[in-house]
Ligand binder design. Sequence first.
Ligand code: C2E
Ligand code: MG
Ligand code: MG
Length: 583
Amino acid sequence: MENRNSNKNILIIDDEPPIRNLIAEFLKDNFACITADSAEEALKILRSSDINLVLTDINLGGMTGTEMIPHVHAASPDTVVMMISGEGSMEGAINAMRLGAFDYISKPLDLDHIEVAVERALEHHSLLVEKRKHETRLEELVKQRTEELIYLSYHDALTNLPNSILFEDRLSQAIAHANRFKQSLAMLYISIDRFDHVNDTLGHRLGSELMKKVADRLSRSVAEDLTIARFEGSEFALLIPQITGTEDIIAVANDIYSALEAPFVVDSKEIFLSFSVGISLYPDDATDGQKLLKNASAALAGAKEQGGNNYRFYRSGMNERALKRLILENSLRKAIEREEFEVHYQPKLNVKTDKIVGVEALVRWRNQDLGLVSPKDFIPLAEMTGLIIPLGEWVLRTACKQLRAWNNKGFSPGVMSVNLSARQFQRECLLEEIESIVAETGIDASKLELELTESYLMKDPQRSIATLHSLKKLGIKLSIDDFGTEYSSLSYLKRLPIDILKIDQSFVQDLTENPDDIELVQAITTLAHNLRLKVIAEGVENAEQLQFLKDIDCDEWQGYYFSRPVTSDVFESSFLRTAASTV
Ligand code: C2E
Ligand code: MG
Ligand code: MG
């Protein structure tokens, strides 16, 4: 039945085989013809093949040809239907045309007439297909344009950043989220100082170019999940969700300042810009978006009033903290060159023998203006700014040199332990650095211990385990500091090649009062011994605590009860030159 040369498909339906065969026979040379003897069978065929024209008798056994028309169009909208009407059923044919049939031919069949009618119907089909193509294209264009318009109404045309409408929308979503999960968020207004003046000098076109460059650096300086938007004029807004303290905000603000520090090149001119930032916090300063914006704006005005190039919190208390931190950070940057750091040493003792078996190196910072700053205040800051890398290396080298110096004088204070920070641990060149310090100072590697913390070991356990193994290969000892304060995973602990657990001082200090801590310290000690690890308790301040450690078979201890961390000179004269290594 099929004429392979033709690409037009015709479905012929008649319950009288002679008629449908006659038509098919007549058309087959030019078209692909399929036949069916009922409307039901025809619809089945329609659903599975691509039919251009349906030629159907009006009166069929079951569903009539007329009743079938809407079904044909539902299954295949562009398929043209043509009726074959019996003698004297003109009315039926006209009715069918009202229902969507395109034309009819009547019996007795005039073959020439059929050919002309079929050609016309197929032409109509081609027109329908064309029309649909246009309609679809038009729909696509409208959709695309609508999307463009939506994008434009939520973005700034110059910089492509979200605009204030989108920002405010994200702000209210973020507030709802923060409210549900009891979190805090910060809203920052960032403004280019004296941009009007810059714009006047450069002219409008170059001013816009500069603005684009600022927007570009700004959006690259903050994490991708933060919303940064352009507001009116020279103002930008930034939303920082899930903050845990002012430190988080200051860190972001500092990133922004460093990104904008370098000059901008416009029209081969170098332009230095300064920025002011106003900060408000949810829920501390306001609980709705509009008030947060207003408060950040007030803080920004405050920053500008002070001459610009600085940031201000809406609440004045925060400004003092921010300022303190800024001063601290600036001074910390200069502290290494100015040689303001010192290392102090605290002895570690064997619980049973009361002999000094080791010493922990603890860094100290002595600054002219700030006095003696506690590592608790500057180590996190040094971590954040990356200064911990040169500082940590300096401490390690100093401690190793000291050990070597004592050894040269014939003293053996035992194992020298040095704290290692997250950033140091994550460095690719950690191993080489340690290896070269050991070689350079000529100490026995087995007399060096590194104190690590779970918080960073757990971040990428696979990698940590590999690093620890390589450290062990150098022959050095490894301990876990502040044990018990993080989420310790016991199964994981078993896989770590470590030697010592240091029970955090918070547990030791509560020992004599808090029964929970007694059990915990006892459990940690038993567990560690099962894993063949040594246990050291830090922060021992009195005889009761020490007695308890003796009772539970703890191995070593360290604390003010024997000695605070002291300078190398004091350590040498008090503990190495005398035999005063007993309590
Ligand atoms: P840590 O490593 O757990 O050091 C023990 C801290 O407890 C030291 O505080 C020490 O002075 C203090 N301590 C010792 N015995 C007692 C005691 O009986 N009672 C009390 N209340 N405290 C005691 P410090 O020197 O202020 O150091 C604090 C933290 O700063 C250290 O905790 C360590 O995490 C970090 N740190 C210190 N020096 C360095 C360093 O060179 N590099 C790195 N990455 N971190 C360091
Ligand atoms: Mg330590
Ligand atoms: Mg500790």
